[in-house]
Structures are given as C-alpha cells and as structure tokens.
Design a protein around this ligand. Structure first.
Ligand code: HEC
Ligand code: HEC
Ligand code: HEC
Ligand code: HEC
Length: 480
C-alpha cells in the first residue's frame, strides 16, 4: 500500500481539522477572557451616580464622550435659514406677533429657542418675567420651571409634583442650578432611557396607554415629548391645585381636538385687549406636529435626526449635541437619504419657505380681524353682538399658533401644517366678514382704518394704546 492510500489522507484530514478546532477554541477563549477583563475594568471605572443627580458633570467620568457632546449644546453661533442656535428676536423679524400676542407677555419678548445649555439662563432673561423681578408679571408658579432643568425631577422626588407646581417659581429659583441634562432622560443605574416628568405619563394614562411598555424606538421620541409639547396649567379647585401641568390630549393630539378640549374646559390664557377675545396660547407642540408627519409614520424618531450616531477613536456613540440637523446633515439625514447635502438643505428650506408664506397670510388676516372687532366696539357694538365674532378669532389664532409655535417651521409635518394654516386664514377671514356685517348694522360701511404696525417698536407702542391707560386710535372714519 502506498502513502497516499485513502486512510492516510483521511488521517491527515482529521489531524488538520482538530488543529483548526483547537486554534479556534483558543482564540475564542482568549477573546472571552479579554472581554471579561475589559468588562471588569469598565465596571471598576464606573462611578456610581445617584438616581436624581442633577449635576451632569458627575456623570462625565463614566460617559465622557456623551458628556462632551452634551456640553457642546452651549454653542450659540450657528444660524440656518430659519433656525439654528442663535438668539433670534421673533418680534423684530415679524411684528405681526406683537399684535397677535397683545396683552400677553409674548408681545414683550419672544426669542427663538437655543441649545439645552441655555435653558435656565434664557428663561430668566426673558421679559416674560418668570420670578416677577422685572415688573412685567406678578411672578409665575413653579410649573414654569418644569422643562428647564434636571433639578426639577430631583425636587419633585422630594416634594411631590403637585406641591412643586404650586410653589412660586421665585422660591424654587435657588434650587434650579443645572441646565437640561442626563437625569432628564436617563436612569443612571442602567442608563436606559427613562421618563422623568409625570405630565407625559399622566396624559398617556388618561388615554389608556402605559408608556412604561413602549418600544425602545418610541422611547427615543418620548424622552423629548416630556417637554416639546403643548401644555397648560390646570386649575382644580377640588384638589386645591392652582397650576397643575397638563397636556390637552384627552380628545387627541390634532389641533381640532385640542381646540375642542379647551372649549369644553372654557379655558383661556388671556383676554386680547384689542378685540376683547378670550385667547389660548399654544406652546410648542413639536411632538404633536411631528406625529402627523411622514417620518413618524415611518417610525423615524426625534433622536434619529437630532441625536445621530457619531464615531470617535473607533467608538460609535450617540451625539448628544442636540441642535438643528441642518448643521449636521451628513450624520442626521444622509444616513437614510442618499441625496447630496445641498439637495437635502434645499428640500428643507423649500418646505419652510412655503410654510412661511402660508403663515404670514394667516397672520395678516388675524391681525386685521382683531382691529375689525375693535372697530365694531368703536361703532357701538355690544359684547353680545361680538360673541360669535370673537369666537372665530380665538379659533383662527389657536390654529395659526399650533403651527407658528411649533419648532422647525413646518418641516416635521408639512402637509398638516399647510392644512392648518389654510384653516386659520379662512377662519380669520370669516371673522372679518362677520365683523363687517356688525359694522354695517351700526351704519359703518367704509373700510376700517388700520394703524401702522410695520416694526416691533411701532407695534409695541400701538398695543399700549389699547391698554388700561391708553386711548386707542380711531379705526372708523368719522360719520358722514
Ligand atoms: C426627519 C428628521 C427629523 C425628525 C424625526 C425630527 N426633527 Fe426636529 N427638525 C428637523 C429639521 C430639518 C429641522 C429644521 C432645522 C432648521 O430650520 O435649522 C428641525 C427643527 C427642530 C427644532 C428647532 C431647531 C432649530 O434650530 O430651529 C426643534 C426644537 C425640533 N426640531 C425638535 C424635534 C422633536 C422634539 C422631534 C420629535 C418629536 C423632532 N424634532 C423630530 C428634523 C427632524
Ligand atoms: C427637560 C425638558 C426638555 C427635554 C427632555 C428636551 N428638550 Fe429640547 N429644549 C428644551 C428647552 C427648554 C429648549 C429651549 C432652550 C433655550 O432656548 O434656552 C429646548 C431646545 C431644543 C432645541 C433647539 C436647539 C438649538 O440649538 O436651537 C432642539 C433641536 C431640541 N430642544 C430638541 C430636543 C430633542 C430632540 C429632545 C429629545 C432627545 C429634547 N429636545 C428633549 C427642553 C427640553
Ligand atoms: C434629551 C435627552 C437626553 C439627555 C439630556 C441625555 N441623553 Fe444620553 N441618550 C439619549 C438618547 C435618545 C440616547 C440613545 C439611546 C438608545 O437609542 O438606546 C442616549 C444614549 C446614551 C448612552 C448610551 C450609549 C450611546 O452613546 O448611545 C449613554 C452612555 C448616554 N446617553 C449618556 C448620557 C450622559 C452622560 C448624559 C448627560 C451628560 C446624557 N446621556 C444626556 C438621550 C439623552
Ligand atoms: C432613519 C431614516 C431617516 C432619517 C434619519 C431621515 N429620513 Fe427623511 N425619510 C425617511 C423615510 C422612510 C421617508 C419616507 C419615504 C417614503 O415613504 O417614500 C422620508 C421622507 C423624507 C422626505 C419626503 C417627505 C415628503 O413628504 O415627500 C424628506 C424631504 C425628508 N425625508 C427629509 C429628511 C431630512 C432633511 C432628514 C434629516 C434632518 C431626514 N429626512 C432624515 C427616512 C429618514
């Protein structure tokens, strides 16, 4: 028998197979041991963090990359066409806002949002006067602090949410030391995403939805929905609550459902001094508007666009510099859309340009509607005669504000925003038609004489004339 007999070849093959197997097992073992060592090291390095540690720098030792990128939300010098992280004076850019918010603090000061690192300072600086030290307001309830700081869940854990809300904001100010941070979104024991604000949990509970049972992908949106939503301060005499933070979602998150909710509660934020209408201020229904858009439909989360992955030193992690995605298009959008950067920016800006056109059209109708109602009063119309007309301007402005107050200038749900702006403009014009009929009944058929509100300064001086000590300009031509 020769050496190349089948049994010898078989023998060599078995030997080779055993060799490969032994090598593979060895490699596997060494890799497991290495990982264990790494794991042990990681565990050794991990500093325990208390459940409600509001100082994000105490979390930094464990998660330096996330911390460093979180800190970068300080950056305040990036402007995009309509957004970015700069101070933007929305009253100077668009004086219609002054007229629409007359009698409400937003007519004094209305800036566009900046990065999370500025949350506390920006709300302290605004002329809307949270703790009543600027003489613009008698001071606000603690509720106003709810979406500004991780000191809030810490305090709520100590005093309970109801007591927190009803404590005057100025009494809490010394305790609010940190800007939006790790404890707002994470449980430090597991680093899982966690909801720290009761209002979101309660709003879903009333709809029969338990948000402790949602998917991981949904949590990547819900952590943002704790703050980026429409809300109001609910007064509940029976419970002795003055300003309990509540999301008006019991009938749904669309603008018509919120309108019906507020009507049913007979809720108003303020009475408009020009028209005498009882108004509702929308806050920033970012989550609600987003929910109506194509990206929500396709299960793309807030974090997918605003907190994309980033790689540094071979490590992939979540970029915590939450900001306009237009300052980070390659990571934020181009991972899904294989369009060039210029095209992506162009598509966003085109959507925003169109929304702005619809928004301004609604504003013109609304501002004139307020003056038309004032003209009716000057012509001698009674509150009873104006009840329906005032309801129309309330409904129109609530719709406009749902779009205007939401961030991103309509990008999150373009069709829905255009639909609502069309409804706002239509209701605004219906209001003006109804006011014209009231005027005609009082013998006024000449057009209303509108004053000039073409700049922030002119508009602010004008609305003062409709205040307690002012004399409003004559809006109807002298009787012939
Ligand atoms: C498909 C990507 C995408 C998703 C998903 C998304 N956004 Fe945006 N967001 C954008 C774009 C684009 C803008 C416009 C930025 C600009 O104009 O500079 C924007 C703007 C914003 C702004 C204003 C930022 C600025 O600089 O003007 C906020 C706040 C915001 N989004 C919050 C959210 C929240 C909260 C969610 C989830 C409920 C969300 N976004 C979901 C893409 C997205
Ligand atoms: C605890 C409340 C809170 C949470 C949670 C929160 N935000 Fe914000 N966000 C704010 C406030 C308040 C501002 C405005 C800060 C300012 O203008 O000083 C803001 C501003 C922003 C801006 C504007 C940034 C800029 O540079 O212009 C974006 C974008 C944003 N948030 C997105 C998100 C996303 C996405 C999430 C979830 C991953 C989220 N936020 C979670 C409260 C919150
Ligand atoms: C506004 C909410 C928000 C804040 C504030 C926040 N995170 Fe996150 N964080 C997220 C989201 C969303 C993810 C992605 C989670 C996922 O998909 O599992 C994440 C992921 C992480 C992860 C997992 C690893 C990774 O990079 O994906 C770590 C660790 C982490 N964050 C640390 C921190 C630290 C430290 C801070 C404070 C300096 C912080 N986070 C502040 C929302 C937040
Ligand atoms: C996680 C994936 C993902 C990310 C990230 C993402 N998109 Fe999309 N986008 C989609 C999907 C899916 C659709 C829907 C496509 C469809 O159904 O035809 C879509 C649709 C769109 C559309 C078309 C909308 C319409 O109504 O026709 C635009 C514009 C768009 N995205 C822009 C952006 C921009 C800008 C960003 C970054 C800020 C972004 N997307 C980030 C997945 C994503």
């Amino acid at each position: 028998m020769s050496d190349s007999s089948p049994s010898v070849i078989k023998g060599w093959m078995v030997f080779a197979a055993v060799l490969v197997a032994v090598l593979a097992i060895g490699l596997l073992l060494s890799s497991i041991l290495e990982r264990r060592a790494e794991g042990a090291q990681r565990q050794r390095v991990l500093q325990p963090v208390a459940r409600w540690e509001s100082d994000s720098s105490k979390w930094a030792a464990n998660w330096p990359r996330e911390y460093a990128s979180w800190k970068a939300t300080e950056q305040s010098d990036t402007a995009t066409k309509y957004g970015g992280s700069t101070m933007r004076d929305l009253l100077a850019e668009d004086p219609h806002n002054v007229i629409l918010f007359a009698g409400y603090p937003f007519s004094k000061d209305y800036n566009q949002a900046r990065g999370h690192q500025h949350a506390v300072a920006d709300v302290m600086a605004t002329g809307r006067d949270i703790d009543g030290t600027k003489g613009n307001s008698p001071g606000k309830p603690g509720t106003c602090w709810t979406c500004k700081s991780p000191d809030v869940p810490r305090l709520m854990a100590e005093m309970g949410p109801a007591k927190f809300y009803d404590t005057p904001a100025k009494d809490l100010t010394p305790e609010i030391k940190h800007n939006i941070g790790c404890a707002d979104c994470h449980d430090p024991a597991t680093m899982a995403l966690a909801i720290s604000r009761p209002a979101l949990v309660e709003a879903f509970e009333r709809q029969g939805k338990d948000i402790t049972q949602v998917s991981h992908q949904e949590m990547r949106t819900l952590v943002c929905a704790q703050c980026h939503v429409e809300y109001y301060f609910k007064k509940d005499e029976a419970k002795g609550q003055k300003a309990y933070l509540t999301f008006p979602w019991d009938k749904g998150m669309g603008v018509e459902e919120m309108d019906a909710y507020y009507d049913e509660k007979q809720f108003t934020d303020w009475t408009h001094p020009i028209s005498g209408a009882k108004m509702v201020k929308m806050q920033h229904p970012d989550y609600e508007v987003y929910s109506k858009g194509i990206h929500a439909y396709r299960n793309v989360s807030c974090a997918d666009c605003h907190m994309p992955y980033k790689t540094e030193g071979g490590q992939k992690f979540t970029d915590h510099q939450i900001r306009s995605p237009l300052t980070n298009i390659s990571n934020s959008c181009a991972v899904c859309h294989r369009w060039g950067e210029a095209e992506i920016r162009g598509r966003v800006e085109t959507i925003q340009d169109k929304i702005l056109e619809g928004r301004i059209r609604a504003e013109e109708a609304l501002a004139k509607a307020h003056f038309d109602i004032a003209a009716c009063k000057q012509a001698g119309a009674t509150d009873e005669e104006l009840a329906e007309v005032r309801k129309l301007v309330r409904k129109a402005q609530l719709r406009w504000d749902y779009v205007a107050a939401n961030n991103g200038l309509g990008f999150h749900a373009p069709q829905e925003c255009q639909r609502i702006l069309a409804a706002a403009a239509d209701l605004g014009q219906q209001c003006r038609l109804a006011a014209a009929r009231v005027l005609a009944k009082h013998g006024v058929t000449d057009p209303v004489v509108y004053p000039d509100w073409s700049s922030k300064e002119k508009a602010q001086a004008l609305i003062k004339l409709f205040g307690k000590d002012g004399t409003p300009p004559k809006l109807i031509a002298a009787a012939k």
